[in-house]
Design a protein around this ligand. Sequence first.
Ligand SMILES: O=C(O)CNC(=O)[C@H](CS)NC(=O)CCC(=O)C(=O)O
Length: 275
Amino acid sequence: MQGRREIKAAAIQMSSTPAKAENFGVAEDLIREAVAAGADLVALPELWSCHGLEEAYRENTEPVPGPTTAFLGRLARELKVYVLGGSILEGEPGSERRYNTSTFFDPSGELVARYRKIHLFDVKAPDRDYLESRTVAPGDEIVAAKAGPATLGLSVCYDLRFPELYRLLALRGAEILAVPAAFTLATGKDHWELLLRARAVENQAYVVAPAQWGQKADGRRTYGRSMIVDPWGTVLAQCPDRDGFALATLDLDYLDRFRADFPALANRRPEAYDW
Ligand SMILES: O=C(O)CNC(=O)[C@H](CS)NC(=O)CCC(=O)C(=O)O
């Protein structure tokens, strides 16, 4: 609406395969559909261009900027929307040293932010053992970027379990927290919505969380349930178990009023506990 600080956001849900060309097709179709439905910020999930088979990761590792970011930049520019490129594997092609990297494009197609996943998924989960750090190096930089009338904080998947990252993003002005993910079914069923809503409530921010869903090439199951949460913790939109997107309006004027009326961020007292 004219004069109002609003963003219509779409959290895209897909079930990426190890085949990049196939995932490009699905992502492009869903981005176009979301924009046709009115989205001006479109967000893809973690490892949207290649997911679910470790053996395929090396050949799908590429520089940032590179061919995949060029593809996203072209779409952002053609459709005149903000695009959060979920994450991709960043590194020299064929190299074993890579980052799990999220990218963000403005409506002119320019790559305006790059965030490398800080917390790597090294856990014995209920379904199996994960050791992301075997092939991925951690980032060490917190990244927030301007998204039209708002500030967007970047993160990836397992980062969701580390509230201090989101608090630091909020203190840097983030009003929207992006959490592209590929949560496991076993953890997601109990933790995904709980953690997303907690991050929204404690930081008084919108949360946009596009996710992988379904069974993957290696047999693993991902949780899906991509969603958008408002600063009160209400789930504004979520995806059922299929390709699609959750679409919701983020009202930044409401956010300002809410933060002024209910000043939990301003009421912090870090000096009392030496933080
Ligand atoms: O493994 C791959 O093939 C690609 N990487 C992923 O799917 C990533 C890293 S292993 N998954 C997560 O971070 C899940 C976190 C999660 O599920 C939780 O925190 O509960």
